[in-house]
Ligand binder design. Structure first.
Ligand code: FAD
Length: 403
């Protein structure tokens, strides 16, 4: 049969390779951009965190996360790694189960997929956006700017709205909606949290390991821990990304983000550490109270946040002042403004309703012969390789075309 895959990103390339593995299929891969896998090459800061050895469903979000259970079971991380190994890719697993190419270069992942497409005999049409999908007889016509292509089956793998500069957009939703599908609200996820910015701006570029608690009116909306990066307008980095989904979900509610820079130490231990420092380093300026415990600039900023006079000798600090420094280390609280938009987001929360697809095949329940995979569907994952795992697994299943 003739199969058209719309979108040459992560899920589309795997779907096309899989469909092409059956020699009776003639597969066309349509990509809007000049090059395949542009977003893929930017993933993981150019290193591509391609999967995670722990892909349990708790790392995923969407209206019905259970929908994806079969997809992930059918192509779990171990099989993903085997698939890539067959294509020549070597990988390493880092703490937290995050898997990267051994080359440390996302290009290696895109390169082996391009090789896989060649091996599977897939015909590439790049620089060709699909403008329309029409039902024609028992099959489909896919209309581009220059031609009308006929197919027995179509796989929509056009991605989500996140990462606009890298190819993110809303075409996939529009194409599926034109055939009767519907979608949930779209929100940026895995994105920088914007906060009241005086402190973040002063700390710009500094990374810190921190615990993080997002609160609104006394209710904890999200909590987590890990690497944070201060930016001009707020906080970025994996720990902030994971909480960002809850920020965009909460909409206009007033929220605060409390950062714990000494998460391994209970408050009483921090107080004991600072008291000992007061004894041993009496003549040092209070601005240096946390030197050696935190990044120097961060330590000075925490002292300032605690309202201490940084020029006063440490030996002259009162117990009350030390307690304020402890609180500032353990709950450095920033009022939240929101998140950055789709342009800077790594993934889209929301998408085409999964209830309209068969979880066993990813075939549309509304239009036989139509399949969807990847971010265009209402599934998104945490930071840590989960989104690409979903893209590979769903691409693999859709590419089987119900077989
Ligand atoms: C900066 C950044 C870093 C990331 N890092 C990671 C990471 O390390 N690990 C991880 O798991 N996830 C990461 N992600 C998320 C991950 O890249 C995506 O979830 C994944 O690529 C989604 O796969 P997809 O195939 O659904 O969409 P995409 O990979 O976005 O592919 C969709 C493709 O469809 C094409 N397209 C769109 N419309 C049309 C049309 N009308 N006609 C033809 N083609 C079309 C697009 O140009 C694009 O190439 C990152 C995302 C970003 C933006």
């Amino acid at each position: 049969m003739t199969v058209i895959v719309i979108g040459g990103g992560a899920s589309g390339m795997v779907a096309a390779i899989t469909a092409g593995e059956r020699r009776e299929n003639s597969v066309i891969l349509l990509e809007r951009q000049a090059r395949l896998g542009r977003k893929l090459m930017a993933t993981g800061n150019g290193r591509c965190n391609l999967t995670n050895t722990d892909c349990s469903l708790q790392h995923y979000h969407g209206t019905d996360v259970g929908f994806m259970a079969h997809t992930i079971e059918a192509f779990p991380p171990a099989d993903v790694l085997e698939f890539f190994k067959d294509l020549g890719l070597l990988t390493v697993t880092e703490p937290g189960g995050r898997v990267y190419p051994l080359s440390n270069s996302a290009n290696s992942v895109a390169d082996v997929l391009r090789y896989g497409l060649e091996q599977s005999g897939v015909r590439l049409l790049s620089g060709q956006p699909a403008r329309e999908i029409k039902r024609a007889g028992g099959g489909f016509s896919v209309i581009t700017d220059t031609e009308s292509l006929e197919a027995d089956a179509v796989i929509v793998a056009a991605g989500g709205a996140a990462g606009e500069k890298l190819g993110g957009g809303k075409d996939g939703y529009a194409l599926l909606q034109s055939l009767g599908h519907s979608r949930t609200a779209l929100r940026p996820a895995l994105v920088q949290i914007t906060t009241e910015n005086a402190y973040p701006r002063a700390l710009k570029g500094i990374k810190a390991d921190a615990g993080l608690t997002l609160e609104s009116g006394g209710e904890v909306l999200a909590s987590g821990a890990g690497e944070l990066l201060f930016t001009d307008s707020g906080v970025s980095g994996p720990a902030a990304f994971d909480a960002s989904r809850a920020v965009s979900e909460a909409g206009d509610r007033q929220m605060t983000l409390a950062l714990d820079f000494l998460r391994a130490y209970p408050e009483k231990d921090v107080f004991a550490l600072l008291s000992a420092r007061r004894e041993k380093a009496q003549a040092l300026a209070a601005g240096e109270l946390l030197t050696g415990a935190l990044h120097n600039r961060l330590g000075r900023m925490v002292v300032k946040y605690a309202g201490l006079d940084g020029t006063k000798p440490i030996g002259a600090l009162t117990d009350g002042e030390l307690r304020r420094a402890v609180s500032a280390c353990k709950a450095f609280t920033l009022p939240v403004r929101g998140t950055e938009g789709f342009q800077n987001a790594q993934v889209t929360a929301g998408g085409i309703r999964t209830s309209e697809f068969d979880p066993a095949t990813l075939e549309s329940r509304l239009v036989p012969g139509l399949f969807a995979c990847g971010e265009v569907l209402d599934i998104d994952g945490d930071c840590g390789g989960y989104n690409l795992q979903w893209a590979w697994a769903s691409g693999r299943l859709a590419g089987r075309l119900g077989r």
